[in-house]
Design a protein around this ligand. Sequence first.
Ligand SMILES: [Zn+2]
Length: 506
Amino acid sequence: MNREFRLYNTLTKKVEPLSLIEPGHLRFYSCGPTVYSYAHIGNFRSFLTADLILRTAQALGWKTTYVTNITDVGHLTNDDTIDASGEDRMASALQSSAGERFANVWDLSRHYSAALQSDWQTLNLLEPDVRPRATEHIREQIQTIEHLLSCGAAYQTSSGVYFSVESFADYGKLSGNKAAESLELAVRDVVVDPEKKDPRDFALWKKDADHLMQWHSPWGWGFPGWHIECSVMAQAYLGDEIDLHAGGEDLIFPHHECEIAQSEALTGRPFSRHWAHTRFLQVEGQKMSKRLGNFLTVKDLVHERGVPPLAVRLALISGQYRKPFNFTFATLRDSERHVKRFQEAFQLAKEAHDGGAEGTSTITETLKNRRQAVLNALLDDLNTPAAIAQALGGVRTILQSRNQLGVHAYSFMNQVSDLLGIVHRNTGPQNQELTMALGIGRPEGNTPENDPHQDSRIEELIQARTVAREARDFAAADKIRDELLKMNIVIEDSAGGTSWHKKSNI
Ligand SMILES: [Zn+2]
């Protein structure tokens, strides 16, 4: 039986078995969004790749520790070039017309974080073990920058602290971007700090006493660079060496290249063994852009166009993650039809199971093979089109064999649901982003009682519930209310909005 989980590794440019540092335990970091606007479906395609990797690993019986962050400071408008410049995306979003409704940048961050978590649940993604925020790890980032300075991998100028690319011989090993000339080309349109020693050097800390989000550091007031955030959060929750790091293909350079340089300069050890990157998504054959009016979010599709959430999920995973993907409304309609068939088959299988039917051995055998084929397809570099085709084959068998179904049909449907997440929504206790949002799982072990951020997290959960209610997703809204109740927080809705108080212990 095939038990190797083979994935393309951007670092080695080969499809190879995931080899884990600790056998049976996947330590996995996936870059989350910058919460300056609603995440679009291209972002979610990348989050879904991570979700499928997680589900496949769990089907192999592996333990998983999955961290995906929220970037809420430091990601600049020109951060896709090496000499990150421009404005902080959060600050410029606040100054845009869409930002006018927010009182301040923290309010904006809370709103889009809540929307992200609501979309995450809508598309039935597994919750991470931890969803850290960059702004909650400023102290560790400052400490890391101090270490990089003391080991000669970084230096200070009047505008900030920079990583010295020359000090790290392996720079470029992920993206292949090594030559100073091509990097200079990449930065020609942006303002370059003339005090930088090498055009390739990138900012770890930006000095800016006027910035909307600023912290005090040994180098004065300012804020961290985007790349250092992920190095620090990955290390904080997963250790110096991790098994797998993932993100969209646009993150290969400079973001992930810079993460490798920082982390490896710091520890002297390989940062991540495997790197998985999801290719871009187009909509109806065109690049998604606000200007073309084809910029789609989960909210647009589910809440405005009324597409069933699981159909959006199925459409987004219908193309293999490593191939460019053309999202079309025809695919969406097919996916809607397929999800209906999955649900019909689930219902039939459940009835057979509830009625205690044995099922014929031929059907049992067919479905066993199909289930194995679904898993094998995922183990083969997440071949989702093949996995979905095998799952649909099993569904066809179930729909055509109503009277011959037994307990195996039900377990087939549940296993397919666990693997692909397209049959029914996750249930059970794994609403971990909620516990995470309340500070559980952080290395310092903050408890809700002594956590100074608790109030803002409660507000964030209440906002997530408001977003869910506005979207008429009452199941999600109720889940959040129950979760708050478990934390002894009672909420009350009134015409003026939602208020909360702590339940008295008496
Ligand atoms: Zn990142």
